[in-house]
Design a protein around this ligand. Structure first.
Ligand SMILES: [Fe+2]
Length: 288
């Protein structure tokens, strides 16, 4: 098993960095931490997970809604107000389809498409969490991911306040082999949600990735990936050696070259469901 210390970042490919970034900051309460040509790192101030945007240019392939990310608000009324706000500002932010709020998997959610074709969800688990017994299910990922409420004066005038960046999504082609890979190779916590969906999270945090059985999925470039951090540069090198030796037996579909840069190191691979992941040292810098 690879000893990871955290699910540290997720990466989204867009078609125009500025257009996508303004949607993330103005509509979803992310803040920019750093920017360099064709790449920006964002973070919601109330949660730890980094969102790295990659500019894939105007011809970047269109993404599918089942590969979306989500932020969470505290009340169902906020989801309705988010729908109203997004609809009123659709042209200004070059948004694609905005779905009317719906109930699904215990959440009241509004789904929309940002200018780079990526899907986003504004979710609310207020009703689900009313019962303590249900709130604790699935690794408690539906409970609050933050320790303090993000105040409205930090995100005023919209009628809703995203409290944190909570989840991403991946595809599985075979749920059992995917579950084994995430648990036994990556050391992640896996919770069965339904016969075709598992939730995957790092044991240290509530951030989760919804992994659903799909047949109609596309394979995207490593611009779409999740980053797991290990303890050191040496730990990355050791993990790379193990992936080189045993990856095929574990179901790894593709192993990308090890990248070393000064004191940091990282490599990417595709899991049994073709999703791209990155193993990186803590000082792998998304900030400069
Ligand atoms: Fe979702």
């Amino acid at each position: 098993m690879i000893r990871t210390v955290g699910l540290s970042a997720t990466h989204m490919e867009c078609r125009n960095l500025q257009e996508s970034m303004v949607v993330m900051t103005d509509l979803l309460a992310f803040e920019k931490i750093s920017e360099k040509p064709a790449e920006a790192t964002l973070k919601h101030p109330n949660t730890h997970w980094l969102l790295v945007l990659h500019d894939g240019g105007p011809d970047a392939p269109a993404k599918q809604m089942h590969n979306h990310w989500g932020v969470r608000v505290r009340s169902s009324e906020e989801v309705d107000r988010a729908y109203e706000y997004l609809t009123a500002h659709k042209a200004q932010y070059k948004l694609g389809t905005i779905g009317k709020p719906t109930w699904s998997h215990g959440s009241y959610s509004c789904y929309f498409v940002e200018p780079g074709t990526n899907g986003w969800e504004i979710e609310c688990y207020e009703a689900f969490n009313r019962k303590e017994t249900t709130a604790q299910q699935f690794g408690a990922v539906k409970m609050a991911h933050w320790s303090e409420v993000y105040p409205e004066d930090r995100f005023p005038g919209r009628g809703y306040v995203p409290q944190g960046f909570t989840h991403g999504t991946l595809v599985a082609t075979d749920l059992d082999s995917t579950r084994e890979f995430y648990a036994d190779v990556l050391g992640l916590e896996v919770h069965r949600f339904s016969d075709h969906v598992i939730y995957v999270k790092h044991p240290n945090t509530r951030t989760f990735v919804v992994c659903a059985l799909r047949k109609d999925f596309k394979v995207f470039s490593p611009n779409f990936r999740n980053t797991l951090t290990v303890a050191s540069k040496e730990a990355v090198q050791e993990a790379y050696l193990r992936f080189s030796e045993s990856g095929r037996d574990w179901g790894v579909r593709e192993l990308f070259p090890l990248e070393e840069n000064g004191i940091s190191a990282a490599f990417c691979f595709r899991d049994p469901g073709t999703n791209c992941w990155e193993i990186a040292s803590p000082n792998r810098v998304f900030y400069d």
